[in-house]
Design a protein. Structure first.
Length: 523
């Protein structure tokens, strides 16, 4: 097996490359308080929130992306392009077909209760994921896991994969969990009082209000530079919390509220734009939305740059009508966008037979008005404001748009079932987020076999240049067909006070990097 391994370029990224972050002893009595818009359920494995990563370390984390000011949209947790720095893992290698990974852990790692961390903990976690009564998503692409010794294990995937280096999955202590009933995995009491491996140790929590953590001085990848961390759960006003001095940092401030702080020297606003983005998905089963020229005309009518300004998003965010690989995203090589051109949009609709014969302001064809209902998640990611803007822009074009505001879960259910005419939803950046939407049986009614095949191939292609080439062809098809219209990226506005030192958007998520920060003075 060892002879078949190919060492990654990052295999020699050992302890030294990461220990420069956060060197030195913490300030006496120092405390950092962060406001996070959720509750203690974000410590549970069902959550896709990041506070769990304060308590549990992944095998690797992302290298910061230098030169971020030239790349306003960067892949978050895209370790394969940004480079990986060791966390619990010391080194790693993969087989020629990228289906078998061999991981070697650091020596002398310990859980927060003092028990040693070994390869058996990782094997236990993977086998737990794969149990039918657990069914954790991280276990689906894994065939098996094998322990070589206390520090070394192998992961065997059922397809080429980089998943082990995603910097996101965390692993659990076998000695505390192996006696628990896996059928109750998602509800174990352990999750509310976790014993982890990360830079912070659980102390206590008040349900719905806060969790108190303490720094782990022996954390091997740069010990936190302050002694105590309070994560206050959301509910209060971020601006009020910051201005009262009750919190030092907030993740996920509304862009319009963040703008009010940008001119105040006491605060620093950090823009973190995610790839993927918020789009209008068109239901191609609806006859009036079936033609690519109509969907292109709708896209041309929307001034995305103006929409970004209205939503309070930072200047210079890219607009792209296509899909791109993680590395293309990191380099800023994005697909060309359809230009804002209302005159060209009007010509396309007229050429397609849509005209306003009765002068009521709405185009018709064969007696059918050019109008549809746009489903919008209420109060979610600025979607209501975006929907109102789209409605106004399309009205100028002679298109009727009725906005239907629904709760987020309802919109999600409608999206998955295809029970909508048009709908605003967010999409991730990677191939597996799109294959089911654009291939056979797509709930959008858009079934492009070539596009789906290319996405599937891109999902299985590990070499960056080959994947980039596939995405260029994918984007050409996407732009010609316009199955969905890109509106804006998901942008986190993170705010820190002048007491917090060392954070920048280049690091990525604020919460994931708290242990790399320091404080100007003790509280």
């Amino acid at each position: 097996m060892k002879s078949a391994m190919i060492t990654l370029s990052s295999i020699l990224l050992l302890v030294g490359c990461a220990e420069g972050d956060g060197v030195g002893a913490p300030d006496s009595g120092s405390t950092l308080t962060v406001l996070y818009a959720t509750d203690e359920r974000s410590l549970y494995p069902a959550s896709d929130d990041v506070p769990l990563r304060l308590l549990f370390s992944p095998l690797v984390s992302d290298e910061p992306l230098e030169g971020r000011e030239d790349r306003p949209l960067v892949p978050i947790r895209a370790t394969q392009c940004r480079g990986a720095r060791p966390e619990l893992a010391e080194r790693w290698e993969h087989s020629a077909d990228w289906r078998v990974w061999r991981i070697t852990l650091r020596e002398n790692l310990h859980w927060h209760d003092g028990a040693p961390i070994t390869a058996h903990d990782f094997a236990f976690t993977v086998r737990l994921w794969k149990r039918p009564d657990v069914g954790h998503w991280a276990g689906a692409p894994i065939d098996s896991v094998h322990v070589e010794d206390n520090l070394t294990f192998q992961i065997h995937y059922n397809r080429p994969s980089r998943d082990i280096l995603n910097g996101w999955d965390v692993f659990y202590p076998k000695h505390l969990l192996e006696g628990l009933d896996p059928a109750e995995f998602w509800d174990w009491e352990f999750w509310s009082r976790p014993v982890g491996s990360g830079p912070f140790r659980y102390v206590r929590h008040i349900p719905g209000q806060m969790v108190e953590l303490e720094a782990v001085p022996s954390y091997p990848v740069g010990a936190p530079q302050f002694e105590r961390l309070f994560v206050k759960w959301g509910g209060g006003s971020p601006l009020a919390e910051l201005r009262s001095g009750s919190v030092d940092a907030v993740e996920g401030v509304d862009p319009l509220e963040a703008a009010a702080l940008e001119r105040d020297a006491r605060y620093e606003v950090h823009h973190l734009a995610y790839p993927g983005g918020v789009r209008i998905f068109w239901n191609h089963r609806l006859p009036l939305l079936r033609e690519p020229s109509v969907r292109t005309a709708f896209t041309q009518a929307i001034d995305r740059a103006e929409l970004h300004r209205i939503l309070g998003l930072p200047e210079g965010l890219p607009v792209d009508d296509g899909l791109h690989s993680p590395c293309q995203t990191a380099r800023g090589e994005l697909p060309e966008a359809v230009e804002h051109d209302p005159a060209a949009a009007a010509e396309l609709l007229t050429a397609a037979g849509w005209t306003d014969e009765d002068g009521d302001g709405i185009r018709e064809r064969a007696g059918q008005p050019l109008s549809f209902t746009l489903d919008v998640p209420a109060g979610w990611l600025q979607a209501p404001q975006a929907a109102t803007y789209v409605q106004e822009r399309l009205a100028r074009l002679g298109v009727g748009v009725e906005i239907r505001s629904l709760e987020l879960p309802v919109v999600g259910e409608r999206f998955q079932s295809g029970d909508f005419e048009a709908l605003i939803w967010v999409t991730g950046p990677w191939p597996d987020h799109h294959i089911e939407r654009f291939g056979e049986g797509s709930w959008l009614g858009y079934e492009n076999a070539r596009l789906a095949a290319l996405l599937e191939q891109a999902n299985r292609t590990m070499e960056h240049a080959a994947q980039d080439s596939l995405y260029r062809e994918i984007s050409a098809i996407y732009r010609a067909d316009m199955p969905a219209t890109y509106l804006y990226p998901k942008v986190d506005m993170n705010v820190t006070t002048d007491r917090v030192l060392g954070y920048s958007s280049e690091l990525g998520d604020l919460i994931l990097n708290l242990h790399r920060l320091s404080l100007a003075k003790p509280r």
